[in-house]
Design a protein. Structure first.
Length: 283
């Protein structure tokens, strides 16, 4: 039985899509400075790892009688809140993004100049087998890939998967957290992916960071949508490819590709452990 993800209207699709948006007008690339995503998310992911020291997350740092730090005093927090990372998806953005990612997945030059997509493309060049394995889940050729992405069924499945953990595909922080958990799972040979406690812990840490006024990114809403959709697609296509892998060599290519993308946002999945409180340096 061919277990790849079907792309026609008669087949059941088993992955979530993600795409990256392109220029508003055909043929014109929209130049974007998305360094705030790379820098901000990299710092965030690093903090999620390094803040895990014993029971630090549950241990107050203030001693009895100490005055609270300025950002801990009532009314003094520069609370950003989860809404600072939310966006309302724009269908036109997804449509253009789907076309760009379909190009990327099938070895064509992407028409979108976006730092996140450039990073994915660079890994596809270094590891063409990784690209082929992801594209195979959607049929392989550009027409099949694009039809699958534009159908919306892939995005809907990813949305349901995240919703099961109280996450939202409309929040960049939630998507990055989910990508890290799913990525770690794959790179570590398909370990269990239903880490409910870890999902909750990472979201709590993100909330704490935002409450302290720590900004994850300065990207605008369109950039957030593009990045969130892209990381979601890579995570779900890689998971499907892992399940359908025909050899150890294919799984090695998947591990290498996902880990390289993880390093792009500041986490090396091979060097951290996933615990009930989130990520910790591997000992």
């Amino acid at each position: 039985m061919d277990r790849r993800i079907a792309t026609t209207t008669t087949a059941t699709v088993g992955v979530a899509a993600l795409a990256l948006l392109l220029a508003a007008s055909p043929g014109a690339a929209r130049a974007q400075d998305t360094a705030p995503l790379i820098d901000g998310v990299g710092a965030y992911t690093h903090s999620q790892i390094m803040r895990h020291r014993g029971d630090e997350a549950a241990t107050p740092t203030n001693k009895p009688g100490d005055k609270p730090a300025p950002n801990q005093r009532a009314g003094k927090r520069a609370a950003l809140g989860f809404d600072s990372l939310t966006f309302a998806p724009v269908p036109a953005v997804s449509k253009t993004l789907n076309a760009a990612f379909a190009d990327s997945l099938t070895g064509r030059r992407a028409t979108l100049d976006h730092a996140t997509l450039r990073g994915i493309d660079a890994e596809f060049v270094r590891n063409p087998r990784f690209r082929e394995l992801l594209a195979r889940q959607l049929g392989g050729d550009r027409e099949q890939v694009l039809l699958a992405l534009q159908s919306g069924r892939l995005q809907a499945q990813f949305q349901r998967r995240l919703a099961g953990h109280g996450y939202s595909t409309r929040n960049l922080g939630d998507v990055i957290n989910a990508f890290m958990i799913y990525g770690w799972t794959l790179v570590n040979d398909g370990a269990r992916s239903d880490h409910g406690a870890a999902f909750a812990a990472l979201r709590q840490r993100l909330g704490d960071s935002l409450a302290r006024g720590e900004k994850m990114t300065t990207m605008d809403r369109t950039d957030m949508q593009e990045a969130a959709e892209l990381y979601g697609l890579v995570a779900t296509l890689a998971a499907a490819a892992w399940q359908n892998a025909a050899s150890p060599a294919e799984r090695a290519s998947l591990r290498d590709g996902v880990n390289a993308i993880g390093r792009g946002i500041g986490i090396d999945f091979r060097r951290v452990a996933l615990t009930e409180r989130g990520f910790a340096p591997r000992r």
